[in-house]
Design a binder for this molecule. Sequence first.
Ligand SMILES: [Fe+2]
Length: 325
Amino acid sequence: MSTQGRPKGEYRSAQHEGARVTPPGRAEGEYRSAQHEGKPLNAPFETRPLAPALGAEVLGVSLAGGVSDALFEGIYQAFLRYQVLLFPPQALSPADQVRFARQFGEVQVHVMQQYHADGHPELYRLSNLDAHGRPSGKHPDRGTLAWHTDGSWSRVTGQATVIYGEVVPEIGGETHFCDMYSAYERLSPAWKARIAGMRALHNLDFSRNRRHGEDPMTAEQRRAKPPVDHPVARVHPETGRTCIYLGDHAESIVGMPYDEGRALIEELNALAIHADATYEHRWTRGELLLWDNRCVLHRATEFDTATQARVVRRCTVLGEVPQAA
Ligand SMILES: [Fe+2]
């Protein structure tokens, strides 16, 4: 499947209405059965799993210069099955990164304009370098250090994130991923019953300001992104599987006293992370990572911002309005 040649308006309207989007030519549930039955991946490349629970390395694929429909179809299948894909080190221009991200769907233009990079408002650059290209000692976004899912603070939430490592530190600055399908499946029946029908308010201003007094959102940015509520147990629109959809942007629980909701979110966020369902990626310069925000939490790890350089550029593709399980 490709979004190339697909009428954009048709795709977007289905997403914005919160409908389950089954890409043209693909039967709903197809990927669920592929995942569950371990059918071979029909893709023009080899993959190598990165961890038992999630993640695969895509071998020998170059994204520069554009991705054909046939190649993209294979990448998309692998994306749904493995949740996190790693592409080998390669030179990839900002324009080619945005073009690749657009094959997944509409790309987010982030409300925090100060991070836009390279003349592409779709790119969000995280860099600790100063104007002279030296490590500044300042972390560009400490919110990324907490487990979260991109764009959960919007009504239409993040689908894929496509991130490219321009400069990577020798130590630290890793990216970790945890599988939220198995996080849900491991919950006790009592927890599953407790969160059935429950909705959480996600709020970018909360998650940024709790850690970022130095760089708060402006009043205009806050107005543009008011808190939005999403189901805590979410069904993935393409695989049909249920996952926990929470993370660090979740501030409170709808209909519950604030402190009680905070405590529940903290407890469930901690319960959702399991070492054996996690893949920890140590970057090599020029790698590209792609992940499915609908069923994965991720975080970055600390690095010495005064001595190490880290520059990554990110594109987040918009998905749909989350549907309750
Ligand atoms: Fe993120």
